[in-house]
Design a binder for this molecule. Sequence first.
Ligand SMILES: [Zn+2]
Length: 70
Amino acid sequence: MDDTIKCPECNNELKNGYLFSSRRISWSDSPESIFVDYESEVLVGTPFFKMKKMPALRCEDCHVVMFKHN
Ligand SMILES: [Zn+2]
Protein backbone atom coordinates (compact mmCIF):
# COMPACT_ATOMS: atom_id res chain seq x y z
CA MET A 1 0.00 0.00 0.00
CA ASP A 2 1.40 3.34 -1.02
CA ASP A 3 0.24 5.96 1.43
CA THR A 4 2.76 8.58 0.43
CA ILE A 5 1.19 11.99 0.23
CA LYS A 6 2.75 14.60 -1.98
CA CYS A 7 3.08 18.30 -1.31
CA PRO A 8 0.26 20.23 -3.00
CA GLU A 9 2.73 22.93 -4.02
CA CYS A 10 5.94 21.25 -5.17
CA ASN A 11 4.87 17.60 -5.34
CA ASN A 12 7.74 16.48 -3.09
CA GLU A 13 7.19 13.66 -0.67
CA LEU A 14 5.86 14.98 2.61
CA LYS A 15 7.61 14.15 5.85
CA ASN A 16 5.63 12.43 8.60
CA GLY A 17 5.70 13.87 12.08
CA TYR A 18 3.55 15.21 14.84
CA LEU A 19 2.24 18.65 15.48
CA PHE A 20 1.49 19.92 18.93
CA SER A 21 0.79 23.21 20.58
CA SER A 22 0.73 24.46 24.14
CA ARG A 23 -1.99 26.89 23.07
CA ARG A 24 -5.13 26.30 21.15
CA ILE A 25 -5.13 26.65 17.39
CA SER A 26 -7.99 28.50 15.75
CA TRP A 27 -9.17 29.00 12.22
CA SER A 28 -10.62 32.09 10.58
CA ASP A 29 -11.81 32.72 7.05
CA SER A 30 -10.88 36.38 7.43
CA PRO A 31 -7.35 37.89 7.56
CA GLU A 32 -8.40 40.68 9.93
CA SER A 33 -6.82 40.98 13.36
CA ILE A 34 -9.11 40.35 16.26
CA PHE A 35 -9.13 41.17 19.96
CA VAL A 36 -11.36 38.34 21.09
CA ASP A 37 -11.71 35.01 19.39
CA TYR A 38 -14.95 33.67 20.85
CA GLU A 39 -16.41 33.51 17.38
CA SER A 40 -13.58 31.68 15.70
CA GLU A 41 -13.48 27.98 15.13
CA VAL A 42 -11.05 26.24 17.45
CA LEU A 43 -9.26 23.44 15.65
CA VAL A 44 -7.22 22.29 18.62
CA GLY A 45 -8.44 23.05 22.10
CA THR A 46 -6.40 24.26 25.03
CA PRO A 47 -4.54 21.35 26.60
CA PHE A 48 -5.31 20.95 30.27
CA PHE A 49 -3.02 18.10 31.16
CA LYS A 50 -1.06 16.52 28.35
CA MET A 51 -0.31 18.13 25.06
CA LYS A 52 -2.05 16.15 22.40
CA LYS A 53 0.10 15.40 19.40
CA MET A 54 -1.54 15.13 16.05
CA PRO A 55 -0.13 13.22 13.13
CA ALA A 56 1.00 15.76 10.57
CA LEU A 57 2.77 16.03 7.28
CA ARG A 58 5.14 18.76 6.23
CA CYS A 59 7.09 19.85 3.21
CA GLU A 60 10.49 21.10 4.24
CA ASP A 61 10.89 23.01 0.99
CA CYS A 62 7.63 24.98 0.92
CA HIS A 63 7.02 25.02 4.68
CA VAL A 64 3.58 23.61 4.13
CA VAL A 65 2.18 21.70 7.10
CA MET A 66 -0.92 19.56 6.86
CA PHE A 67 -2.68 18.03 9.80
CA LYS A 68 -6.04 16.62 10.64
CA HIS A 69 -7.77 17.99 13.67
CA ASN A 70 -10.01 15.63 15.61
ZN1 LIG B 1 6.51 21.45 -1.17
